[in-house]
Design a binder for this molecule. Structure first.
Ligand code: XMP
Ligand code: MG
Length: 176
């Protein structure tokens, strides 16, 4: 075994799988009500949001498409590098776009993805993050939907990684 991976059973659980599933179901209802009568264009931000996006999608009760873009600001470390790299070929003009993100930390990622997509003039552009990390210095983003506010800890699981590990955990656990 490598030096990075620790037995997940030894990690402090911040949010259990049951807590996450219950909140994701509520978010699905909130989002479906908000977009009632409209078609939704869901955009998941890879890789971290792939688990959340898959679960959230199955709680929606409106017509929707799902697409993904790749964006990353962390590299291999535990601190956001601030430099966001992004890759996509989305065409969102006139669409109701909902960005789905694993965590709103500094907000650099969401800000840059939103600025980029806004240039195409979508009908509306909102963001949904499962986690909102309580740190003092954040980009000011109007997050329409959020799962949980969490303390400023480095967390893994439910799609979130440390050096690509731990994405498979059904809970959110602290790694610091
Ligand atoms: P920013 O700072 O741009 O960060 O809002 C958003 C992206 O950084 C990753 N991130 C984390 N990944 N544990 C992780 O595994 C964390 O505590 C954490 N905080 C931020 C995440 O990929 C997100 O898309
Ligand atoms: Mg990540």
């Amino acid at each position: 075994m490598n030096d990075i991976y620790r037995d997940p059973g030894t990690l402090e659980v911040l949010l259990s799988a049951e807590q996450i599933q219950a909140r994701v179901a509520e978010l699905g209802t909130e989002i479906s009500e908000h977009y009632q009568g409209q078609e939704l264009y869901v955009v998941g931000i890879l890789k971290g949001a792939f688990v959340f996006a898959a679960d959230l999608l199955r709680q929606l009760r409106i017509p929707c498409q799902v697409h993904f873009i790749e964006a990353s600001s962390y590299g291999q470390g535990k601190e956001s590098s601030g430099v966001v790299t992004m890759r996509h070929k989305l065409e969102v003009q006139g669409k109701h776009v909902l960005l789905v993100e694993d965590i709103y930390d500094t907000g650099n990622t969401l800000l840059q993805v939103m600025n980029d997509l806004q240039q195409q003039q979508p009908a509306s552009l909102e963001a949904c993050a499962l986690l909102n990390k309580d740190i003092p210095e954040k980009q000011n983003i109007s997050l329409k939907f959020q799962g949980f506010e969490i303390p400023p800890r480095f967390v893994v699981g439910y799609g979130l990684d440390y050096a690509e590990y731990y994405r498979e955990l059904p809970c959110i656990a602290c790694l610091d």
